[in-house]
Design a protein around this ligand. Sequence first.
Ligand code: AOF
Ligand code: ZN
Length: 358
Amino acid sequence: AGVRCQAQAAGDLDRHYMRRCVELARKAAGHTSPNPMVGCVIVRDGRVVGEGFHPKAGQPHAEVFALRDAGDLAENATAYVSLEPCNHYGRTPPCTEALINAKVKEVVMGMTDPNPIVASKGIEKLQGAGIDVRVGVEEVLCRKLNEAYIHRMLTGKAFATLRATLSMNGIVTNQLGKGADLSGGYYSQLMKEYDGVIISSDLAKMSTLPVSHEAGANQPQYIIIAQGESSRLHIPSLSEEHASKAIVLADSPITVEPAGVEVAVLRQIDLDSILQLLAQRGLCSVLVDFREAGESFASLLNDFQEEKLVQKVVVEVLPVWLASEGLNNLAFGGSQSFPLKNVEHREVNGSVLLEGYV
Ligand code: AOF
Ligand code: ZN
């Protein structure tokens, strides 16, 4: 019984340190794409001696920051890392070498890296150097942290999330219109964490573009769908500063104002092509507003479940009653009914958030 007790205690500690890795990794939310968010904690004799996270693509990986933080104390320590350490020379040298040089005794990882240039080679390299390796601590949490990165790696498409905001009487509000100011700040958080947001040219022409109001947030790229537009599209809400972050997808040649906005002419605008194009450009995740879907994207989203094009649905229910008078209340259904999976809910500033997977 004594031995079992010890094993249990060690397991709890492993999970504790791995959750800390995830917490550290999330500090860079919205900044790492197309790289994953990764956190690392170095523990020696039951004490945390180093911590680090990957701040941005092109910068050193989480392990490097944590090892620097630990200095000589990394020797004989256990390194916890939310993702399998890399074993390749990319923009930075391999983390496996850094861990081996630092003489850590053990590496505990949340999950293997789906990136084909890493995939289990990191584990093999560490084991070959005599380092103990354990994989799969808090794996569900680690996978959720990088669900978009994993999806892009495995499918070559961006991870798409449908979202909407509802009043308590079931009216779909537009974040940019009625009820916008009543949101609990969740939309701002999404804008910070998602790499892109798909909006229609109608919406882009009419209103201000959605942004994150969080301090230091990375703003998303705007993917503006100009289907059946005339040869000229003026987007007054797009400041020159944001123009470089926008891309207009059109089905025929088009001149866009302000100048400097990139235009891609696609023979056919469908969700599959859009998500592939975004993935090629290094975007891992994209949001689609389903009020927008109701207006002009219904055909884009048709059979999204069957075609596995949309992965997630998030709905924010605001603690308000909205007048329906004069409101063009659009719902979007697609052609199928189905239950969502792994649904979670929580409260943010008085709003209820529901997240589920297709
Ligand atoms: C890790 N720790 O913190 C990160 C990893 O272009 P590079 O050199 O930064 O390589 C990017 C790849 O490295 C990325 O696709 C993923 O496989 C891995 N990212 N690995 O051990 C980290 N960011
Ligand atoms: Zn690395």
